[in-house]
Design a protein around this ligand. Structure first.
Ligand code: IVH
Length: 666
């Protein structure tokens, strides 16, 4: 390559990497896949080696990455928080080993292999045995003081047995909690999080530390500064000392006698990676004997006694068989990919999202293309891009759908939104989805009115609107539909009647007004107190409420501009649905926590149900992975074994009451 070309290439790469770094470290936003980032960085480093005269002091290759936001106090690290050099293959590992061998002049170097946790690094400072400060990595030299937030993380000890210590590790969110969090986001119509690391990083930087308590972050620690002052000579003994001081230390670490054992361990962990409950993006290899560290030394960015083996990004190729749009209850069109089934991150993937028409057009994705597929946050499958070299000549450019896939009415775009909408209120699919949403657990919780039953009642002409749900009692003939039976019919009517008593935020949320999730519905209803006041509410009243922005405010006002929507709500009130705010919740103490109750309690079961619900919790009858607590009385029976097996917290009645009392006193 000519120097002129190289100069231009370096400039472009630097700009790209600076942008990726800024988005990643400052805005918690991964704009590109790791492998694309790594490739760009590798290319830049290669060019800078080839043309050393073109390497400047502002090169991202010199940066540990990122900067410090203004939200928290800035704290200088007493020793820099270094990053790790990367190894991508066996050759890189052997080179790393050769370098260590040459310096310490011994052929068999003992290493400790650890999992590289995909989270956010943190430095904890203990003084007088007490956690004094928690600081993010920031740019490696200066980080942000997030002590208040870190104190809220359950597994982080506030007191240890060492008079002073600096301990470093990684804060993360486990896969289960990530899934649960996104389920809640979805139920509340809030945007989904892309991956657990983004949640961890965003949560740590919340100004309100109660958010941290709710999000169940966790941590693993892997570094004790100046460990040798504590008579520790080996890294694995430092890990033991950390464990003895109540720090969570990942159990999957291994002492390897030489680099070949390291390579074997990496192969084993590559297979086990998807079975772990949290995300890892590689294996960290560290020289075990601490006395060699100063001899081996550091570069400006990395220690030379450790390296991070990065797993190849989990990206697979498969054929895109079809692109098909679906319509949701708000009328929003989502494009979906039907794929040739392929194994990815532990599951078989047959379908993935293509989001909206712009997503497909900007990437020029076409039916019959071979496409790259990844799991965003190892959970949600997403098509990245087509492989142009495999494109068949006859392939057709994608054209956006102009009509609703269900009712065929013309689709529209609202304002400058990228999404297309079916705006036909009579669209069958929209109607069914909106009735399903109204009846769902998070909205009106009408037990027994399943999606199948909704479809059956609709097909037979009994259910053409939300209002019709409350008229089902006038149609006893539905007992004969597919042998529904008197008992199920009665149960259904009972749960419909019961739903009428709910506080009206559930009704407002159930109506499916765009952008109005349960959280915002609650804020609005708390303010208006009475549903009837919604008809006359003004923009300024709404915009001044906490968490209500112009999008929600306008959407609600637009909704009540439509005569049929006003009529529908008035009719529901007329049919006896509760229109007055009922303040059942006294605290958020158990927000989104699911309880199962078992055994003989000293007070009635209803007493505990009320206590839990009024503190924001939920009750379930069966124990599953979703359960957070099993509340037990005497003779708890088999539920306890199941809870133990699934790792559900078991909480005994007296202890529960004591804790509740304590937390109210705080
Ligand atoms: S050791 C001086 N060990 O990976 C040694 N880092 O890419 C510093 N990480 O900044 C790091 N798991 O945030 C180490 N077991 C582990 C790790 C780990 C995750 C993170 C850490 C570091 C980054 C480097």
């Amino acid at each position: 390559m000519e120097i002129k070309n190289a100069e231009h290439k370096i400039k472009v790469l630097k700009e790209k990497l600076n942008y990726y770094n800024y988005e990643y470290y400052i805005n918690n936003n991964s704009v590109v896949d790791d492998f694309i980032y790594d490739n760009n960085l590798k290319e830049l480093i290669k060019l800078e080696i080839q043309y050393p005269e073109l390497k400047s002091l502002d090169s991202p290759s010199l940066k540990v990455g990122g900067g410090v936001s203004d939200k928290f106090n800035k704290i200088k690290h007493s020793s820099p928080m270094l990053s790790l050099a990367n190894a991508f293959n066996e050759k890189d590992l052997l080179n790393f080993n050769d370098n260590v061998v040459n310096i310490i002049k011994s052929n068999n170097v003992e290493y400790v292999c650890e999992l590289k946790i995909d989270g956010v690094s943190i430095s904890l400072i203990y003084e007088n045995y007490i956690l004094k400060r928690a600081v993010t990595r920031g740019d490696g030299l200066t980080g942000e003081d997030v002590t208040e937030n870190v104190r809220k993380i359950k597994s982080i000890p506030l007191k240890i047995n060492l008079p002073s210590a600096i301990v470093r590790g990684e804060i993360y969110l486990n896969k289960n909690n990530f899934k649960k969090l996104n389920q809640i986001q979805e139920e509340n119509q809030e945007p989904l999080f892309a991956n657990p690391r983004n949640v961890a990083s965003g949560t740590l930087r919340q100004l309100d530390s109660s958010v941290v308590s709710k999000r169940s972050l966790d941590a693993f620690f892997y570094y004790l500064a100046d460990a040798r002052n504590n008579n520790v000579e080996k890294h694995n003994d430092a890990l033991k000392l950390l464990r003895d001081n109540y720090f969570p230390v990942n159990p999957n670490n291994k002492i390897c006698k030489n680099i070949h054992e390291v390579i074997t361990f990496i192969k084993e962990m590559t297979d086990k990676r998807n079975d772990l409950g949290y995300e890892i993006d590689g294996i960290v290899i560290k020289v075990n004997a601490l006395n060699y560290y100063s001899e081996i030394g550091n570069t400006a960015k990395f220690p030379k006694w450790a390296i991070a083996y990065k797993f190849p990004a989990e990206i697979v190729e498969t054929k895109l068989l079809n692109i098909f749009p679906t319509v949701g209850r708000t009328g929003k069109i989502t494009y979906n990919a039907q794929l040739e089934p392929v194994q990815l991150a532990g599951t078989t993937v047959k379908a993935a999202t293509l989001h909206n028409a712009n997503f497909i057009i900007s990437r020029d994705i076409r039916v019959n293309d071979i496409v790259y597929l990844k799991k965003a946050g190892d959970i949600i499958p997403e098509v990245i891009s087509p492989l142009l070299k495999h494109r068949i000549n006859s392939s057709q450019k994608f054209k956006e759908t102009l009509n609703c896939p269900e009712c065929k009415s013309k689709l529209e775009r609202i304002g400058s939104e990228v999404d297309q909408y079916c705006i036909n209120n009579l669209c069958k699919r929209r109607l069914l989805r909106s009735i399903e949403h109204f009846c769902s657990r998070t909205a009106m919780n009408i037990e027994g009115l399943s999606n199948q039953l909704i479809l059956k009642f609709h097909t037979n002409g009994f259910l053409n609107s939300i209002v019709d749900i409350f008229e089902l009692k006038n149609h006893p003939e539905i007992i004969n539909l597919d042998k529904l039976g008197q008992k199920s019919y009665n149960n259904l009517l009972t749960s419909i009647e019961k739903s009428k008593e709910k506080s009206p935020e559930y009704l407002l949320f159930g109506l499916g007004v765009r952008y109005v999730g349960l959280k915002s519905a609650r804020v609005i209803i708390k303010e208006v107190q009475n549903l009837n006041n919604l008809f006359t509410i003004k923009y300024d009243d709404l915009i001044n409420l906490p968490d209500i922005g112009s999008t929600i405010a306008n959407s609600l006002l637009d909704y009540f501009q439509i005569e049929s929507n006003v009529k529908q709500l008035k009719k529901l009130i007329e049919l006896g649905l509760n229109h007055k705010y009922v303040n059942q919740q006294v605290s958020d103490l158990f927000a989104n926590k699911i309880f199962v109750i078992t055994g003989t309690l000293t007070q009635s079961r209803d007493y505990y149900v009320n206590l839990i619900i009024s503190n924001g919790g939920k009750i379930s009858n069966t124990i599953s992975q979703k359960t957070n607590f099993l509340l037990t009385g005497n003779n708890p029976g088999s539920k306890i074994d199941k809870a133990k097996k699934l790792g559900v917290n078991i909480i005994e009645e007296n202890y529960f009451l004591e804790q509740l009392k304590l937390s109210k006193e705080q």
